[in-house]
Each structure stands twice: as C-alpha cells, then as structure tokens.
Design a protein around this ligand. Structure first.
Ligand code: PLP
Length: 400
C-alpha cells in the first residue's frame, strides 16, 4: 500500500487552524459562533498597500523573483530594521519568504541534523515543535509559569540546554501569552547562551508593533550584538499591516545562514509572490499611521476583554503586554461538572464546553504547551468581545 513519511506521522494539524475549521463548519451548519480563535487582524490590508499591489500587477510584477526576494524589498527591510529596531543588516543578510512561518521551517531545514535539539519555551506558538519534528530534530520544551509572566528564566534555559542543542526559539511579544521580554530578561538569557556557542537564537518578532501600556519591544540582538553571528531575526508584514493572505515574511541573520536558507528556497518555493513583495515594499516604506491605529485599537480591545472576564469566577486573567491574545487560567473551573453531566477535567474540556454550550470558540492552552489555560483572541470587534464575555459568564454560572 502507498505509505506516508514517518516524520509526518509525528505531526498534528495546527490546533489553531483546526479550531478555525471547526468554527467554519459550525457556522455553515447554521450555529451562531463567537470566534475567539482568530490569529490575524480582523480588518483588511490598508488601502494604500492594496493600491500598490494592484499597480505592481499592472506594471508587470507577475514573474519569479530571486529566491531571497527582490532587491527593493530586501533594501526596504534593511531600512526598516535600522529605523525601527536599530539593527544593522546588509541586503545580502536578508531573505524574503512566503510568510514568517515558511522561513522558520526553512531555517530548521537548513540547519538541523538527526537528533539535534531545539529549545522552545512554553507556552509556544503551536507550529515550532512540529516544524522541528518535521526536520528530524527534537523539540525540548522549557517550562515557564504565570509566576514568571510566562517567560523563560535563565535557570530554565540552562536546564534545557544540552550538548545537542542547536537553537533557542524566542517569541516576543509572545503568542499565546502576550509576554514581552524586557532588556534585563533578554540580557540574562543571552548571557547563558554565551556559554553555548553551538546554539543559534531564532527571534520571532512578528507581533513587535503590538505592545501596550509602557511595554516596548526589544530584539535580543539589541542587548547582545555579540550574538549577531548566530541570531536569526524573523518578522513579516502579516500582522503589522493586516497582510496575512499576501504571504510575505522575512528573516535577517548571518550571511552563511541566509545563503543556506536561500539555497533551500531555490529548490522548494523559488520565491515569495512577486506582487506580495511589491506590496510589502509599500507597507514598510509608506505611511505608518495604519500600524499605530491597529495598535491603539487592539489595546482598547485588550482592556475591554480583560474587564469582561474579570468578574467571572474560576477564570483568572492578567492583562498581556503585547500581541492580540488573552491567556486566562481556567484552573478554577477544573473539577466542575456541566449541566449535561460532563466533568471538566482539563482545559480542552473547558474549550469544548464553551463551544457547545454558548458558541464561544477558543483554543486550549494545552495545545500551546500550557495546560490549564485558554487562548482567546481579541482581534475581533468590541461587540463580539462583549457578547463573548457575557456568554462565557453564563456558561460558567451553569457549572456545578
Ligand atoms: N510567528 C508567530 C508567533 C505567529 O503567531 C504567526 C502566525 O500566527 C507566525 C509566526 C506566522 O506568520 P506569517 O503569516 O508571516 O507566516
């Protein structure tokens, strides 16, 4: 019989993509669903960027580009990294890909050998461990807790590192917790890494612009420029410019790594879409008010949702510094029973109950390596946030 790759057998469908598919199916069946699984801005790409894409098409951006991206976009990325992040890169140190997601996969594929280990702090974006497995590596999950603000501590990092470690994946601001690492926290982690020269740092900064209150995004490279020869900065236009469907991301790092990743791209994707790259140039070089507006809107929604959940017994939620997700603990609901007599033994049961009982879709924290929590996206309207919080309160009140 026709068989499948044994590597694929280790991999599960992305839980957030699966949750979204469930929402679509329930809606198609006529159910009214309040969707808190959304992993993208709920508004369209800003008009000036759409127009630039349309113009680029008319002007012939319809062909393959170089595998590392167009020269114009790679220059625009260097200028952006300089302007917004105070990071120095030459265009040759930048690769453009079909989303940050593909570049993360590409970086693992270009560097991992059988049984190499990748340290992934929990809670983590669902795709990191599976991408490591797909490339023959072993994900090593480094735990954190609410007590450390869901952030990796130097002690936990030291415990996770072994002679087989090849990468540490940092994601700040974090999906799902919204945690943003401070200068001193990054400095302490980088200090540990100085003792492990075979370990690269992948820093996923895709939510950088969504930082609230006094929180500011910093890259580990800002605090440890001496690690530049083994740090890969991953970013993209998906979240900041509401361009998820254009599929353009980028990575900047040492020349040898970018060359290896470009070689791999040349034999896999060839390049990111030409029209997407042209639009991304305008996104990065054009007016930036749209980014600040999106940030302000998300901050209001964050506050609204945190207050909406604050009075619900058994649900405990701190206000995240960044990204667009709340990560409430539902440990206070575990052990309770639904009106149908089902025991809520873990966070996946809570997520299933909320969906069944009141049509609120969320993703269980277990999927992010953090049992006892739920991820609720606030990339949705104020009206939906209000409706959803009221529905959760009603569902919780019905528990015994
Ligand atoms: N990194 C994190 C932490 C994300 O949450 C996501 C998207 O959900 C991505 C990367 C992927 O972004 P892109 O659309 O650029 O592939």
């Amino acid at each position: 019989t026709a068989s499948f790759s044994s590597r694929l057998a280790q991999v599960k469908p992305s839980p957030s993509v699966a949750a979204k598919a469930r929402v679509d199916a329930l809606r198609a069946a006529g159910r009214d669903i309040i969707d808190f699984t959304i992993g993208e801005p709920d508004f369209p790409t800003p008009e000036h960027i759409v127009q630039a894409g349309a113009r680029a098409l008319a002007e012939g951006a319809t062909r393959y580009t170089g595998s590392a991206g167009t020269p114009a976009l790679r220059r625009a990325i260097c200028a952006k990294l300089q302007r917004e992040n105070r990071l120095d890169f030459q265009p040759g140190q930048v690769i453009v890909g079909t989303g940050a997601k593909q570049l993360i996969f590409n970086a693992f594929a270009a560097t991992l050998n059988e049984d190499d280990e990748v340290v992934i702090p929990a809670p983590y974006w669902v795709s990191y461990p599976d991408m490591v497995l797909l490339n023959g590596g072993t994900p090593v999950i480094a735990p954190s807790s609410a007590a450390t603000g869901f952030k990796l501590t130097p002690e936990a990092l030291r415990q996770a590192l072994t002679p087989r470690s090849r990468w540490l994946v940092l994601n700040t601001p974090n999906n799902p917790s919204g945690a943003i690492y401070t200068e001193s926290e990054l400095g302490a982690l980088c200090e540990v890494l100085r003792g492990f020269p075979a370990v690269r740092v992948m820093t996923d900064e895709i939510y950088e612009h969504f930082a609230y209150g006094g929180a500011r995004h910093l890259s580990p490279l800002n605090v440890a420029p001496d690690l530049a020869d083994r740090t890969l900065v991953v970013n993209g236009v998906s979240k900041a410019y509401a361009m998820t469907g254009w599929r353009v991301g980028y990575a900047a790092g040492p020349l040898d790594l970018i060359r290896a990743m470009t070689l791999l791209a040349s034999q896999t994707t060839t390049c990111a879409s030409a029209v997407g790259q042209a639009a991304a140039v305008t996104a990065l070089e054009g007016p930036q008010e749209c980014v600040a507006q999106a940030r302000d809107l998300f901050e209001q929604r964050r506050d609204r949702m945190v207050s909406g959940l604050a009075t619900i017994p058994g649900v405990s939620c701190s206000s995240p510094d960044g990204a667009f997700y709340l990560f409430p603990s539902v440990q206070g609901l575990l052990g309770k029973t639904t009106p149908q007599g089902r025991l809520l033994a873990g966070d996946p049961d809570v997520a299933a109950y909320l969906l069944d009982a009141v049509g609120v879709a969320s993703v269980d924290g277990s999927s992010y390596g953090m049992p006892g929590y739920l991820r609720l996206s606030f990339a949705t309207s104020a009206a939906e946030i209000d409706r959803g919080c009221a529905a959760i309160a009603q569902a919780v009140a019905a528990l015994r």
